[in-house]
Design a protein around this ligand. Structure first.
Ligand code: NAD
Length: 491
């Protein structure tokens, strides 16, 4: 690691960030941060409890009352742009921290820092454009709406893209004039503490952005805190349900960004080379621990053999290694996650799936110490089987074949999730038929990633959640509407 990241790491050791300061937990308790590539402990993390959450919420409340919410929006524009600039300047440091913590290749961690900066730039651009509307009531009246901040937004973040996903929610929350208390995942989230520290360096007032580190109980203490006004939760469905129940007790709105089991529908007329390259990169990208990962391949029967061949060749060329060494693919985040994913592969083989390539823990040489899984392609996956239905969240692609457009749509819609659908075809009519029939928040045709995706509203249908992040639509989650009616006539 470079000197800057080593220094950042030692400064973060055992610290969270409350009221503009690094601070240990009030109880003094800590837990271990483990490098998933080696299984070694590399830092201690403060274990926050209810008293730390109380302190963070109090600091956020003070910041709101001392004027953050009422600041001329153009000042928030400058502050958020400055924060984005600091993120870009510190790319290497932050990416090394993220790579060490999550295990992802350094290049991908750098992309995450760029995306985080992109969120702050995008919402800096929006901060002074939080428009209301005017509603005609006739002579003698004026009626208009204001979009006001909610107050304190609690942001509960998963481990797979700590910096990127925290920024996705925190940037619009701050842009709209809310204060934030964030709770990263226990498995990985040190970069979020560093982000809060950089926010203060950028000039954000103390207390506007606080971070309480810890696990499930810390998250539960934040979600049920009577002082918060909103929750953005990104994570698994069961936790999302628990959070919604906690929010109900305090009657606060929630934005739920939950899991996915995204189908990738490949028709016989598609550019199979491009589709196969995209599928291989799905595996490499954060070892497919990505909510949007199109891990459920639906192949039109005539394209099956050629596509599987093309993809298997690419998968066999994937180089595994420690994230900091910039391999094609890193380990999964934890020992627990590794066993969970391997368990799915075993269950799949019992149900008749066959491994075209991969299918086991990767244990060559130095890999044996870490939590590496061979990039895996499983063919002949039965419709309705566990493998086809449940989110695996690891480097495993499953293949199911279809014979007709209707069957493809039925399989695509055949899980409780609805985050993203991928479609590959040269036939626009087929693409649009699938796009309009699938129950998912996004559809991506002939390409899964695109520059500028921050501007595209993102969120789930069905059990993948509700509310939208990204794009100007995200502001709806972070503001409430006040209607003001004025009777200035004599009647
Ligand atoms: P998780 O649900 O286990 O945990 C997410 C966060 O919630 C963590 O910070 C955790 O400490 C906290 N938490 C756990 N129990 C809690 C409780 N009872 N109350 C409050 N907080 C609690 O999820 P994970 O394993 O960290 O992340 C993986 C999941 O996240 C996958 O399902 C993935 O699809 C989903 N995800 C969704 C998106 C999206 O945008 N839709 C993005 C990334 C990940």
């Amino acid at each position: 690691m470079a000197d800057s990241s080593t220094t950042a790491l030692s400064a973060l050791d055992g610290r969270m960030f409350i009221d503009g300061q690094r601070t240990g937990s009030r109880s003094g308790a800590t837990f271990e941060a483990v490098d998933p590539a080696t299984g070694r402990v590399f830092a201690q993390v403060a274990l926050g409890d209810k008293s730390d959450v109380d302190a963070a919420v109090a600091a956020a409340r003070k910041a709101v009352e001392q004027g953050w919410a009422g600041l001329p929006p153009v000042r928030r524009v400058r502050l958020l742009n400055r924060l984005a600039g600091l993120l870009r300047e510190r790319t290497r440091e932050l990416a090394e921290l993220e790579s060490l913590d999550v295990g992802k290749p350094l290049r991908q961690a750098e992309d995450d820092v760029a995306a985080a900066a992109g969120y702050f730039e995008y919402f800096a651009g929006v901060a002074d454009k939080v428009f209301g509307s005017s509603i005609p009531l006739g002579q003698g009246f004026v009626d208009f709406t204001l979009r006001e901040p909610l107050g304190i937004s609690a942001q509960i973040v998963p481990w797979n893209y700590p910096l990127r996903l925290a920024s996705r929610g925190i940037a619009p929350a701050l842009a709209a004039g809310n204060a934030v208390v964030a709770k990263p995942a226990a498995e990985a989230g040190l970069s979020i503490v560093r982000l809060a520290e950089l926010a203060v360096e950028a000039g954000l007032p103390a207390g506007v952005f606080n971070v309480v580190t810890g696990g499930r109980e810390t998250g539960a203490a934040l979600a049920s805190h009577p002082g918060i006004n909103h929750i953005t939760f990104t994570g698994s469905v069961p936790t999302g349900v628990a959070i919604m129940k906690a929010a109900a007790d305090n009657v606060v709105p929630v934005t739920l960004e939950l899991g996915g089991k995204s189908p990738n529908v490949v028709f016989g007329d598609a550019d199979l080379e491009r589709a196969a390259a995209s599928s291989a990169s799905t595996l490499m990208q954060n070892a497919a621990q990505t909510c949007t990962a199109p891990t459920r391949l639906l192949l039109e029967r005539p394209a099956h053999d050629r596509f599987v061949d093309l993809l298997a060749k690419r998968i066999r060329a994937i180089r595994l290694g420690r994230g900091l060494d910039n391999p094609d693919m890193g380990p999964v985040v934890s020992e627990r996650q590794m066993h969970r994913v391997l368990g799915y592969i075993t269950a799949g083989s019992r149900d008749g799936a066959t491994a075209v390539t991969g299918g086991a823990r990767a244990q060559d040489g130095e890999l044996a110490a870490g939590y590496f899984i061979e990039p895996t392609l499983l063919d002949r996956v039965e419709r309705g089987s566990v493998l086809e239905q449940e989110e695996i969240f690891g480097p495993v692609l499953t293949v199911t074949t279809f014979e007709s457009l209707d069957e493809a749509i039925a399989i695509a819609n055949g899980t409780p999730y609805g985050l993203v659908t991928g479609v590959w075809t040269k036939d626009l009519s087929k693409a649009m038929t699938v796009a309009s029939a699938v129950k998912s928040g996004q559809v991506r045709v002939n390409g899964y990633s695109v520059e500028g995706s921050i501007g595209l509203p993102f969120g789930g249908y069905r059990r993948s959640g509700f509310g939208r992040e990204q794009g100007v639509e995200a502001l709806a989650s972070y503001t409430q509407i006040k209607n003001i009616m004025i009777n200035f006539g004599s009647g």
